[in-house]
Design a protein. Structure first.
Ligand SMILES: NC(=O)C1=CN([C@@H]2O[C@H](COP(=O)(O)OP(=O)(O)OC[C@H]3O[C@@H](n4cnc5c(N)ncnc54)[C@H](O)[C@@H]3O)[C@@H](O)[C@H]2O)C=CC1
Ligand SMILES: O=C(O)C1=N[C@H](C(=O)O)C[C@H](O)C1
Length: 238
């Protein structure tokens, strides 16, 4: 398969190593200095584009892929306010788009676990819930995209929770997500249900970027030749 890598930073380079080890060809490595390669003529040489850039650039890069008729797998976080618009454009232009806040198998299993635990805790008002996420200091967005996905699952299930905040709060309707930036953390997410009697805590710790990159390549292999809007649950059958 021919892959255009949009974003050739920490994730782009890890994805390249895994994709080439699986026999794929990288036809473009596009970073901030080579955005001319986002033109239709260049992009359309690829079977799939994998986009890991910045919160400011993801939206425009995705639209360029739609214009070139190339399916796009996007892992960039911190731009979700534009997601409904991207999905609408994808359907309007009959293109293919897959976004995941986290591509690792472990985190996608953790999402299922988080949802089940929130269902069980929904009838237990003696517990309060909080979250913590730890990442490296170069990360541009807070809270992490993964933390937002986890928070949305909890807010959907726990009565009285209507939103999340990134600062400590006394407002019980808000789920507090504590963001810590410590090198070289690849990504840790902790959910803690606390009562005066006991605590129930679940944690996912990524040991490297390999799981994210492998999942993104699997998603690219899966989306090739498809049309529509997809997520990692579709790829992993979770
Ligand atoms: N969904 C997931 O599983 C994961 C998502 N991420 C997300 O992926 C994104 C990238 O992460 P890293 O690779 O660690 O960042 P990074 O800072 O190492 O790399 C970003 C790259 O984007 C390039 N770039 C900037 N503007 C561009 C543009 N207009 N066009 C093309 N390239 C451009 C930069 O030159 C740089 O090479 C972040 O939003 C991060 O949160 C990271 C890990 C896993
Ligand atoms: O920027 C990162 O590094 C990561 N970003 C994603 C996120 O925001 O959730 C996924 C992973 O946690 C690593």
């Amino acid at each position: 398969m021919k892959i255009a890598l949009i974003g050739y930073g920490k994730m782009g380079k890890t994805i390249e190593a895994i994709a080439t080890s699986r026999g794929h060809e990288i036809v473009h490595r596009i970073d901030i200095n080579s955005s001319h390669l986002l033109e239709k003529e260049s992009l359309s040489q690829a079977d799939v584009a994998i986009e890991f850039t910045t919160p400011e650039t993801a939206y425009h890069n995705i639209l360029k892929c739609f214009d070139a008729g190339v399916p796009v797998v996007c892992g960039t976080t911190g731009w979700l306010e534009k997601l409904p618009e991207v999905k609408a454009t994808c359907l309007e232009k009959h293109q293919a788009f897959l976004y995941a806040s986290n591509f690792s198998i472990g985190v996608n299993i953790f999402f299922a676990l988080n949802q089940k635990l929130a269902e069980l805790m929904a009838g237990q008002p003696s517990y309060s819930v909080r979250m913590e996420e730890i990442h490296h200091t170069q990360k541009k967005d807070a809270p992490s995209g993964t933390a937002i996905t986890l928070a949305e699952q909890i807010i959907d299930k726990i009565p009285g929770k209507t939103g999340w905040v990134n600062d400590p709060t006394q407002d019980a309707s808000q789920l507090y997500i504590h963001s810590k930036r410590i090198d070289p953390a690849a990504g840790t997410h902790i959910i803690d249900y606390h009562s005066t009697i006991d605590d129930i805590t679940i944690t996912h710790t990524a040991h490297s970027r390999e799981g994210f990159a492998a999942g993104a390549v699997t998603a690219a292999e899966w989306i090739k030749g498809k049309k529509g809007i997809f997520n990692m649950g579709d790829v992993l059958n979770l």
